[in-house]
Ligand binder design. Sequence first.
Ligand code: SF4
Length: 454
Amino acid sequence: MRAHVITYGCQMNEYDTLTIHSELVAGGHEIVDAPQDAELILLNTCAVRGKPVEKVVSLLGDLRKERRRGRDLTLALMGCLAQLDEGQAIARKFDVDLVIGPGAITDLVPALDAVERRRSDAHASAPGGVERLHFRDDLVDHITPPPPAGTQTGFLTIMRGCDHHCTYCIVPTTRGPEVSRPLEAIMHEARAMHDSGVQEVVLLGQNVNSYGLHDPTLPSFAELLRLVARVGIPRVKFTTSHPMNFTSDVIDAIAGEPNVCTYIHLPVQSGSDRVLRRMAREYRRERYLEIVREIRAKVPDVVLSTDIIVGFPGETEDDFQRTVDLFDEVRFEHAYMFIYSARPGTPAHTHFDDMPREVKTERLGRLIERQKHWALEANRRWIGREVRVLVKERAKDGHYVAGHSDQNHTVLVPADQVRRLGLHRVRVDHATPHTLYGGVLGEREGAVELRLAS
Ligand code: SF4
């Protein structure tokens, strides 16, 4: 079949989409770029917040209309939403043919065969006839082939699942407990990426710092980071980290390996200990600040980002002020800030009452303003300095090309100064809260022919 995959959510899902592509191609299917050319559409979904679920429902509604108008289309629901009762109910409502949890991607091709058999069997075509495959850890040993030649950023999952049980989060239900992938599989994929010219590798996991924690035969995350860094890919990044497992040896590895990016995403979620307790986050504000102080002391020019949930049930104005104070103390260069959205099946949804949306929205607005202030101040400090930028794509207005610095700043440079994608030396001449602007000083080794979409 001609297949098209639509991906929602995090980088883990983008990586899983690469695996879905490789499974489909190995099974004799063809990947097409445009959904209208597809006979098979797979939705690789996210269930962390309500918004992506709404998008999936809306898209499935449109696709069901097309089918009713006579389009011959097979539909598959994959990813985190597929693992939940909520997702399976949505699949039944919209006559989805196939439901596959995030740990069972390697079952995709046999399951598609089963769908075909079911369709050709008149007795089995009753309403609600959906193949369901539930979570299991068959992906940990699976080797994902390197991305196509010319790909600049490669994603490499090192662990899956989560053993923390934050009261707002559905991930432990959808992705299961923590499982670290074998070292050989990770190193094999890293070397293959290096050989295919990948310029940056992003190590992925729900909680990368707990890599190897449950298996004494595996290295720690800090040791793994050093091993991957020494494969020779120009840049190494990782996400996501949990403050509980962010130990000094990880900070030392970042400081000691020149190609590990000096950008650390360390979700704090709230600045109030009372709220952290209700969230079942196992650290407290002071421990988080200790980690930040150690990072800033050991890693020069580090850029810190975080995740914040505003308006968690029971958050008082005082609690919220503790978060604002934390921003003033840490001066995060970047933050992903969301208002709390209750997810069915989580303890917070079951046991706590949500607060009025207007209160959450108003607090979020204040925090965004605060964060912009610190981001602008931090970005201005880069004016006049040279940064190394991985140029990836044309910016929306067409006059600039966009890339990221080693510290994960978005950097725009005039399009007429760039002949190739890849790493460039750039001098920063202007800064806004979200972007650095600069001029190209030169290309670095590893630049590839420019293939910018116009
Ligand atoms: S650490 Fe908490 S927020 Fe992160 S995936 Fe695990 S349960 Fe969810």
